[in-house]
Design a binder for this molecule. Structure first.
Ligand code: NAD
Length: 262
């Protein structure tokens, strides 16, 4: 029996990167999981069935678009219908766009606020009644070092992540007496497709080569000079689900190689 046997976890944005590592860590601890995110259908099915065969749990896929409140409610309902409840919610889906503010496309601002911030509100709103019914719950929001400090050219992302910090604290206080915790994890740079994809735009915005962006923009912020791994973030998320973390709520936990200490 794993520490999460009998629990159901919904992990948004889990077809890739950090979310996929979290979903696999939770499944490894015995949870049934609802995975979510975009991608090639065959690849998603490969990930879904891989979780089932590797960890002997059940995994279902929700295609919900995190910019659409009704689809987010359907994702939570899918977990409830399939597994009889939702015990753990990880709001992890996120996108990035890098541009000077005067050129920042309005539709990119709207999409980042919707996917990186409002989706967490909609998912928490739908999941909390299910957690209250079971008298237990864990809500984990993937924030970022950018929930604590800013970087130029990331106005929407930094605003959304600072918003996640405020949402986390508010929800933690509201649920403090219900055995439901709400925390956010704030990684520094983790090597995932999200980071890889922003390199060309940063090269353009700062007139730099790829190597300069990696060493002088990304890892320059990180005193350890190493990327965080998705497995390290997943291990922290798993810890937050355990009984040892029952008194950790409303926290914004950095896993950033010392970035926000500087
Ligand atoms: P990723 O690009 O590998 O994964 C993002 C996931 O979100 C994918 O599964 C994608 O399909 C999904 N997604 C995107 N738009 C969606 C939508 N509209 N609806 C549903 N799913 C959607 O990126 P990642 O690096 O794993 O990022 C995951 C989270 O971690 C994000 O919130 C990101 O801001 C945060 N984060 C990442 C880093 C980093 O360095 N990689 C650092 C700090 C925080």
């Amino acid at each position: 029996m794993g520490s999460l046997t009998g629990k159901t976890a919904v992990v948004t944005g889990s077809t890739s990167g950090i979310g996929l590592a979290i979903a696999r860590a939770f499944a490894g601890a015995g949870a049934n999981v609802v995975i979510n995110g975009f991608g090639v259908p065959a690849d998603i099915e490969h990930e879904r069935s891989g979780i089932e065969t590797d960890f002997k749990v059940r995994a279902v896929y929700s295609p919900a678009d995190m910019s659409k409140p009704a689809e987010i409610a359907e994702m939570i309902a899918l977990g409830d219908k399939t597994f009889g409840g939702v015990d753990i919610l990880v709001n992890n889906a996120g996108i990035q766009f890098v541009s000077p503010i005067e050129d920042f496309p309005i539709e990119k601002w709207d999409a980042i606020i919707a996917i990186n911030l409002s989706s967490a509100f909609h998912a928490i709103r739908a999941a909390v009644p299910l957690m209250k019914k079971r008298g237990w719950g864990r809500i984990i929001n993937t924030a970022s070092a950018h929930s604590k400090v800013a970087s130029p050219f990331k106005s929407a992302y930094v605003s959304a992540k600072h918003g996640i910090d405020g949402l986390t604290k508010t929800v933690a206080l509201e649920l403090a007496t219900f055995k439901i915790t709400c925390n956010c994890i704030s990684p520094g740079y983790v090597w995932t497709p999200l980071v890889e994809k922003q390199i060309p735009d940063t090269m353009k915005a700062r007139n730099m080569t790829k190597e300069q962006v990696i060493n002088d923009v990304l890892l320059t912020a990180q005193p350890t000079k190493e990327f965080v791994t998705v497995e390290q973030v997943a291990a922290l998320a798993l810890f937050l689900c355990g009984n040892d973390a029952a008194q950790i709520t409303g926290a914004n936990l950095s896993i950033d190689g010392g970035w926000t200490a500087a």
